[in-house]
Ligand binder design. Structure first.
Ligand code: S3P
Length: 166
């Protein structure tokens, strides 16, 4: 079984996944990093050179070529991954999908380096996307309040899984 974190850009998925993997001694997987390594390009470069559609195809493929074979992984996904194709359903069949639900004000303060995030270059657009994405994230198995300290969020997830299913 795996734990898969979903949520908007800057909601804390990567940091929380790292903390969880350390606490539970399980492998940490970051889908954006996998894609960057595979393509030899940063996410911003992929968006710029090949377009968002191409990136979404790469995300879809990473589920089949990599995540499907994970067992006992803590996965941090890119913010849009569960919201395209049937990705959410597929992620839910691979692991426990946890939505890190952080409010937009908090996210705005955290996302300082917007250059790394092509869909956060314009804050108004990012807010529109944030509102639209809620419906998708809401399909996760579990929702956790992401405004808490990240160690605390990780502890909450650990409590919820009870250490039993990994
Ligand atoms: C995206 C989120 C990013 C990255 C890409 C697109 C999105 O990941 O995958 O820039 O569509 O929300 P983070 O959520 O880790 O910032």
């Amino acid at each position: 079984m795996n734990i898969i974190l979903v949520g908007f850009m800057g909601s804390g998925k990567t940091t929380i996944a790292r903390i969880l993997s350390r606490r539970l001694k399980l492998r940490f997987v970051d889908t954006d990093k996998l894609i960057e390594k595979q393509q030899g390009l940063t996410i911003a470069e992929i968006f710029d050179k090949k377009g968002e559609g191409y990136f979404r195809e790469l995300e879809r493929k990473i589920i089949n070529s990599h995540l499907k074979f994970c067992d006992g992984c803590i996965v941090a996904t890119g913010g849009g991954m569960p919201c395209f194709f049937d990705n959410m359903e597929r992620l839910k069949s691979i692991g426990l999908v946890v939505w890190i639900d952080t409010d937009f004000e908090e996210i705005k303060n955290r996302v300082k380096n917007s250059k790394k995030r092509p869909l956060f270059l314009d804050q108004e657009r990012a807010f529109e996307l944030f509102k639209r994405r809620k419906e998708c994230y809401n399909k996760a198995h579990i929702r956790i309040d992401g405004r808490m300290d990240k160690e605390k969020v990780a502890q909450e997830i650990e409590k919820l899984i009870g250490g039993s299913f990994l």
